[in-house]
Design a protein around this ligand. Sequence first.
Ligand code: APR
Length: 283
Amino acid sequence: MALGGGMTPPFARPGGAAVTSPSSLEQELEKAARIIHASAYTIALVGAGISVESGVPPFRGPGGLWTKHGEPPMDGYQRFLADPRAWWADILSRQGEHSEFIKALSEAKPNAAHQAMADLEKLGFLKHIITQNIDNLHQEAGSVAITEIHGNRLKLRCIACNTRWPLGEFATDEIPPRCPHCQGIIKTDTVMFGEPIPLDALESCQRESRLCDCMLLVGTSAVVYPAAEFPVIAFRRGAKLIEINPMETPLSDVSAAVLRAPAGEIMPNLVERLKELSGAGAG
Ligand code: APR
């Protein structure tokens, strides 16, 4: 199975962990719980799949936005830089017009998987979440230690100093709005196609990937870089990968446990099993 751009994983292990029967899902759940319980520093890499049960479509695979509409042009950021004033005028003029994706995002609520991740953090089992999602659902579920590698739909960011503000904190009578600290241009925090990942977010992701001894891969196809690099960094440093995804990905073969199920259905079971293992469930 090729990882984005035709590369085959340099660490593939033959005879991967294809999981089908319910009993083996039970066995994989037990394996996953014991790995996390024994882990000193578990983090998670999260993708669009975790929000599917909140009504937000994924990008690839069945029902994916790109599957349905094709991938968008990759030069969104270059077009923004070419005329930020026109870009702002355009989005302000189209306020209230919501694409299928934006409408789904604005109506979405955290689901049982987001809640389970917040619980794992509170129980001390999950140290950090790297999310590729812009939907703010982890925060709404109560998670705290989060790096949003693709930004957050409810924030603005200065492209020069990376300072961020809640949406609506800036008057847009002067467009493009300017950063009060460095006079840099302000845009939405979400990372556009063609835009470099903000350095502070990238460094945080790389740091967490180097620190972890276990990485949960929740609802990501693991084909988009640089996010797809983080499991490679972790794996090469001896970390165990645990995949939570109803479909196979390029990382299934090298995952120590594979929960082949929707995250919202299986993750609450993982929390319960970990509570039992740590006696937290014993009240
Ligand atoms: N629970 C868990 N996983 C799920 C669920 C579910 N209920 N439903 C679907 N999935 C899985 C799919 O099988 C797929 O592997 O989620 C994955 C979603 O993959 P993508 O749509 O490719 O999303 P993602 O990996 O987040 O994409 C990365 O690509 O287009 C860019 O910026 C966009 O952040 C996005 C990035």
